[in-house]
Design a protein around this ligand. Structure first.
Ligand code: ADP
Ligand code: MN
Length: 239
């Protein structure tokens, strides 16, 4: 145990507190996680690590950093108005835990409805464990760095995901762009679901239109004749 403790501490460097080290060890004791390697991404709000499960399968371990005032201000809008978090205490660490849980649930819901995303595996405190998209610890490239060979088909594919997300899964991603879509062998995989809200959320329409505009802009720049984003938005809204 002491050995595990110091190796986990080493991998997490000084970025995370002792409580987060304990949370990782808890996931190891539960048998969810067997190995934790280095970071694949060091964002402002979260770090993503490459790990493995007991059977040697790759995992992505997303660990949220403990709240800054800025995070709190920026994120409240996506949590207030979500009935799934009514009554949750949203101070300090609790807000981050709620955020990690929200991403987990959104992933679960999206997976259930066949929207391509990493399969969620576990969530504990500020740690989300999910399927690794990529190979040997190297994440699949972002759409922004890996324009599809058939952009029109990719655009249509994304349109159908957005439509199904809203009309079938009842979700709006709310942070959708070429920065949150991975390209794995020409397959598009949508990641970073922390911001996603239920379509009943008071700001859902605003977020949806924004997602659609981002996707349209990206594909228009690739030369795709996308049509107007507002038209697609209305098409979804009218159903
Ligand atoms: P944020 O943007 O909030 O930092 P993301 O969820 O977008 O967090 O993840 C950041 C980066 O980590 C991604 O661009 C990708 O390179 C990597 N990543 C995230 N989730 C996975 C995953 N399931 N499999 C492989 N790589 C991932
Ligand atoms: Mn992201």
């Amino acid at each position: 145990m002491a050995e595990k403790d110091s190796s986990v501490r080493e991998v997490l460097e000084d970025v995370f507190d002792q409580r987060t080290v304990l949370a990782v060890l808890h996931l190891m004791n539960r048998g969810v996680l067997a190995k934790l390697y280095g970071t694949v991404s060091t964002g402002k709000e979260a770090r993503v690590y490459w790990g493995k499960d007991r059977d040697g399968r790759d995992l992505a371990v997303k660990i949220y950093l403990i709240v800054t005032a800025e995070f709190r201000r920026g994120r409240l809008k996506y949590i207030l108005g979500d009935p799934r978090f009514e009554g949750a205490s949203l101070r300090g660490r609790e807000l981050i835990y709620a955020w990690a849980r929200k991403e987990y649930r959104n992933l679960r819901r999206a997976s259930q409805f066949g929207i391509p995303c990493p399969k969620p595996i576990a969530v504990y405190e500020n740690i989300l464990v999910m399927e690794f998209i990529g190979r040997d610890g190297v994440p699949a490239p972002l759409l922004k760095d890996s324009p599809p060979s058939r952009p029109y088909e990719a655009f249509r594919e994304l349109q159908s995901y957005i439509e199904r997300m809203v009309l079938e899964a009842g979700l709006v991603h709310a942070d959708l762009s070429e920065y949150n879509i991975l390209v794995e062998d020409d397959r598009l995989v949508i990641i970073d679901w922390g911001s996603a809200v239920l379509s009943s959320h008071p700001n859902a329409e605003e977020f949806l239109l924004n997602d659609i505009r981002n996707v349209y802009r990206f594909f228009r720049e690739l030369g795709v004749d996308t049509g107007r984003p507002e038209e697609f938005f209305e098409h979804i809204r009218s159903q």
